[in-house]
Write a protein that binds this ligand. Structure first.
Ligand SMILES: *Cc1c(COP(=O)(O)O)cnc(C)c1O
Length: 345
């Protein structure tokens, strides 16, 4: 890996972050808080929340196999994705390399930040083209984006190929593991001590069934997390979200139950889809969705809408012509979908 200083934008490296009232006073002994111009009424939401979400990180760290100091919490993974650009990429000068097809936010955030986005197609069977990715890298490449399991293809990449990229690329490698809880492969998030250039993304939106509270996680070295904390909005995760996450974590058995049910449903839906005459291919999946190649994606998509069923039409995405991305739902939802598809003419 290049030195962290050479990878970070000079203005960010030199940045003196905003110091908020909750940063300056952290003691537990005070009982009169007249430091932050808060309103004394309407307890507890009258107070600014903990800017570093320390209680929540203490609770999450052992579950994720990281130390609290290796964790950033944000307003969805989307905040972490945007921060990666703002920390590492000089607008109009640096570039990033990513796979195609993949999650659309990496490109949107590149465009917003005026950073060149170089995409390298996956190979046959949706595998990483290691040589192609490394060929796309030049001296201005700061970040490599890998989503595994990948959205929208659904597959996890073999760990050895990701390892190869982590050791050959000298910049930051972001592995988005939004769907790793649905996979049987080991995640990379607890290997931070082996890879100083690794940033792993996780989210409360999928396996933890809490997309509405907007809570995303990034795991990286303490030095990289320090940069995230310096650049983020001071109070980026609100109190209601922090409290809701704590209550969710008090009942992990329920989450495990949901996960088991979704994996079971996946086993039910995949073969049923494969039997339909309109389905040309069901791509293997390690996620809570499946990419399906059909005879006519546009027609089938609009037919399903008429039946009140929404799936994601990916036909215009590179390499995904006539593909629909279908989320695994409850048994009843899945059966409604399968029933409708059986009647399609
Ligand atoms: C759904 C998804 C996320 C989650 O984003 P949030 O902002 O945390 O809701 C992240 N990455 C990928 C690849 C996704 O598909």
């Amino acid at each position: 890996m290049k030195t962290l200083e050479s990878l970070v934008r000079p203005n960010i490296w030199a940045l003196e972050p905003y110091s908020c009232a909750r940063d300056e006073f952290k003691g537990m002994t005070a009982h009169v808080f007249l430091d932050a111009n808060e309103n004394p009424f309407n307890d507890p939401i009258n107070r600014y929340p903990d800017p570093l979400q320390e209680k929540l990180k203490e609770r999450l760290a052992p579950l994720k196999g990281v130390r609290p100091s290796q964790m950033f919490l944000g307003n969805g993974s989307d905040e972490a994705i945007d921060l990666v650009y703002r920390i590492f990429c000089n607008p109009g000068e640096d570039n990033v390399v990513a796979i195609a097809p993949t999650y659309g936010m990496y490109k949107v955030c590149a465009d917003i930040n005026n950073v060149e986005y170089r995409s390298v197609p996956l190979t046959e069977g949706w595998q990483l083209d290691i040589q192609g990715l490394m060929n796309a890298v030049d001296t201005h490449t700061k970040v490599l984006w890998i989503c595994s399991p990948n959205n929208p293809t659904g597959n996890d990449f073999p760990r050895e190929t990701i390892h190869e990229l982590l050791v050959s690329f000298e910049g930051i490698v972001v592995i988005d593991e939004a769907y790793s809880d649905f996979s049987t492969n080991q995640p990379f998030r607890n290997l931070l001590d082996n890879y100083p250039n690794l940033v792993v993304l996780n989210t409360f939106s999928k396996a933890w069934a809490s997309a509405a509270i907007r809570l995303g996680m990034a795991f990286a070295s303490e030095e990289i997390i320090g940069l995230f904390n310096k650049v983020k909005y001071p109070y980026n995760v609100n109190l209601l979200t922090q409290e809701k996450a704590m209550s969710l974590l008090a009942d992990l058995a329920t989450i495990d139950g949901w996960l088991a049910q979704i994996r079971r449903e996946r086993e039910h839906v995949l073969p049923a889809l494969a039997e339909l005459p309109i389905v040309l291919k069901v791509f293997p999946t390690d996620a809570n969705f499946v990419l399906v190649k059909v005879t006519d994606a546009n027609k089938i998509y609009h037919y399903l809408i008429e039946q009140g069923i929404v799936v994601r039409n990916r036909t215009r995405v590179q390499l995904c012509k006539d593909c629909l991305r279908i989320t695994i739902g409850t048994r009843q939802e899945n059966n409604e979908l399968l029933g409708a598809l059986r009647f399609f003419k």
